[in-house]
Write a protein that binds this ligand. Structure first.
Ligand code: CO8
Length: 259
């Protein structure tokens, strides 16, 4: 498929989606959002893809929604744009394959928000995170007041959204937004290594784990545990379970089927 504002590549079962408007620090325009949603559909339909990496070209991950585009929006257009962005972020969350946010630089506003819709965030030491919408006279609209508080607690979410300040990758790790921070020159090779490793695991288990953590999170524990037992049982109808357990007993590495 032809894309103009993103790059989409698949190699060894890992799809890498790179937002590619480096001159505008990868700002999310309506075209970027459309292309990201098409690429997510492409990854969902492609059985050879097991894991996705989301990153940005150049010095930014994503410096936010496109301010030039938003500057002339009416309230109705702004609501549509916010809903469109939220829909695309839901697509990342609901993709039945793990998505790693590889935050290489600025992740501000919509950029911080899109990273939070991934399954976890790894950051280069050069990354910076923030929700600076308040500096523009507006507020987060792609989930920043919601996913951020769920990830780091209400107090940090409020501080970041109300002050509009930026935090470093290390600070983002301290508050639990980022899982790991890497030296810039090793960053993408470390992310790729982890993605390849995950891609070698069983598809049914990867999907079950992602779905259950997300779906169970907001449910009462008892209900969530009963759903987990169902999902666990589903694994036992798969070749992956047979292969994984036989391989352990036969003291060899499992070879999970690629699709
Ligand atoms: N939108 C459009 N263009 C941008 C954006 C952006 N978010 N960020 C940077 N750019 C452009 C700049 O205008 C500049 O363009 P040009 O070269 O043509 O002048 C180019 O990228 C390079 O930027 P800078 O020269 O500013 O680079 P610096 O290294 O000096 O600064 C910063 C980098 C600190 C990241 C700075 O660019 C900045 O503050 N950017 C804006 C960050 C921001 O406020 N982001 C939040 C946007 S609002 C948002 O995301 C809301 C999401 C929800 C929307 C809901 C729907 C309505």
């Amino acid at each position: 498929m032809a894309y103009e504002t993103i790059l989409y590549e698949v190699e060894s079962q890992v799809a890498t989606l790179t937002i590619n408007r480096p001159k505008a620090l990868n700002a999310l325009s309506p075209q970027v959002l459309d292309e990201v949603s098409r690429a997510i559909d492409e990854a969902a339909a492609d059985k050879s893809v097991r894991v996705m990496i989301l990153t940005g070209a150049g010095k930014a991950f994503v410096a936010g929604a496109d301010i030039a585009v938003m500057s002339t929006m009416s309230p109705l257009e702004a609501r549509r744009f916010a809903r469109k962005g939220q829909e695309v972020l839901f697509m990342l969350e609901r993709l039945e394959k793990p998505v790693i946010a590889a935050v290489n630089g600025f992740a501000l506003g919509g950029g911080c928000e899109i990273s939070m819709a991934c399954d976890f965030i790894w950051a280069s030491e050069k990354a910076k995170f923030g929700q600076p919408e308040v500096n523009l006279g507006v507020m987060p609209g792609f989930g920043g007041t919601q996913r951020l508080s769920r990830l780091v607690g209400k107090n940090w979410a409020k501080e970041l959204c109300l002050t509009g300040g930026m935090i470093s990758a290390d600070q983002a790790k301290e508050i639990g937004l980022v899982n790991r921070v890497f030296p810039a020159d090793e960053f993408m090779s470390e992310v790729n290594k982890m993605a390849q490793e995950m891609a070698g695991k069983g598809r049914v288990a990867l999907r079950g784990i992602k779905n259950m953590v997300d779906e169970g999170y907001d449910l009462p524990l008892e209900r969530a545990l009963s759903m987990e037992a169902e999902a666990f049982a589903t694994c036992f109808a798969s070749n992956d379970q047979k292969e994984g357990m036989s391989a352990f007993l036969e003291k060899r590495k499992p070879k999970f089927r690629t699709n």
